[in-house]
Ligand binder design. Structure first.
Ligand SMILES: C[S@@+](CC[C@H](N)C(=O)[O-])C[C@H]1O[C@@H](n2cnc3c(N)ncnc32)[C@H](O)[C@@H]1O
Length: 270
């Protein structure tokens, strides 16, 4: 089986089941079920008022952030290609007593499966690295947004994604741009939550997209960039040398030269 999207889907189905057990507390599922927690601090500070907004959460995984968006007053639809993730997301919504529409499908199928129109498309943390072609991604977003509607997007910065930690030092080891037809091939025995369960489907195919490709895709799809921020923090411990911040994020240790670990943007369909 060579289809990179199918390879990834098998891996995500398996991860979703492990994540639903939340053995390490990474996904804070007890707090999600009891409606006790909110979005991470970057999104919380930037998102603004979304009450009564019709929101599409692209690549919603097990729906934790989709539920948080509903708690902020949104009418939310979550879309993800993993059937397991969608099954778990629906159960979480039921446990939390929240009404959310969850749709199984690939990002490129969104205009057919969840046509909207939406006031907001929300996509954060670990999404576009699974997509080979951002022109397709951006066209999908433009197609489902209502005129005047926004994309809110936050993810790891490409300047961080090219790095690995070796002997406690960061080194660039990947090209800043991955060709569509030559994805990076990774094999991980376990998932990123710290759960020791060894997976059967350990292979993934991923793409690093430079900022220019992201911007060009969005502008090319007719969207206007309204906000762009670079951040010195990430919501997860992206590399072993990173240390926690007071507000639950992760940063480089003191003394290390600063560079952006993540970025966020808002783009509008005028
Ligand atoms: C790191 S998770 C995103 C997590 C997200 N920050 C959240 O709200 O929890 C990446 C998600 O993308 C989904 N995914 C990957 N490729 C996809 C595709 N082509 N179409 C739809 N979903 C995809 C995976 O199933 C997974 O749930």
């Amino acid at each position: 089986m060579n289809d990179p999207i199918e390879i990834n889907r098998r891996n995500w189905d398996e991860r979703a089941i492990i994540h639903a057990r939340d053995a390490t507390g990474f996904y804070r599922l007890d707090r999600v079920r009891s409606n006790q927690d909110g979005l991470d601090s970057i999104e919380a500070a930037e998102l603004g008022d979304i009450s009564q907004n019709n929101v599409l959460h692209l690549q919603c995984h097990i729906g934790t952030d989709t539920l948080r968006l509903v708690r902020l007053g949104a009418i939310a639809t979550g879309l993800d290609f993993s059937a397991e993730a969608i099954r778990i997301a629906r159960r979480l919504a039921e446990d939390a007593g929240l009404k959310v529409d969850f749709v199984q499908g690939r990002v490129d199928e969104a205009p057919r499966l969840a046509p909207g129109p939406f006031d907001l498309v929300y996509s954060t943390w670990g999404t576009i690295c699974w997509l080979p072609d951002l022109t397709v991604w951006a066209r999908v977003i433009a197609a489902v947004l209502a005129p005047g509607g926004d994309l809110y997007f936050a993810d790891a910065h490409p300047s961080f994604l090219v790095m690995e930690a070796r002997d406690g030092k960061l080194e660039p080891v990947f090209d800043f741009q991955t060709p569509v037809n030559r994805p990076l091939e990774f094999v991980s025995e376990t998932t990123y939550t710290g759960d020791p369960t060894v997976m059967t489907h350990q292979s993934t195919r991923e793409w690093i997209h430079p900022l220019s490709a992201i911007m060009e895709a969005l502008i090319g799809a007719g969207l206007t960039i309204k906000m762009f921020h670079e951040h010195e923090v990430l919501p997860w411990q992206g590399l072993p040398i990173m240390i926690p911040t007071a507000d639950g994020l992760w940063r480089l240790p003191d003394g290390h030269p600063r560079f952006p670990l993540s970025f966020s943007l808002r783009a509008r369909r005028e």
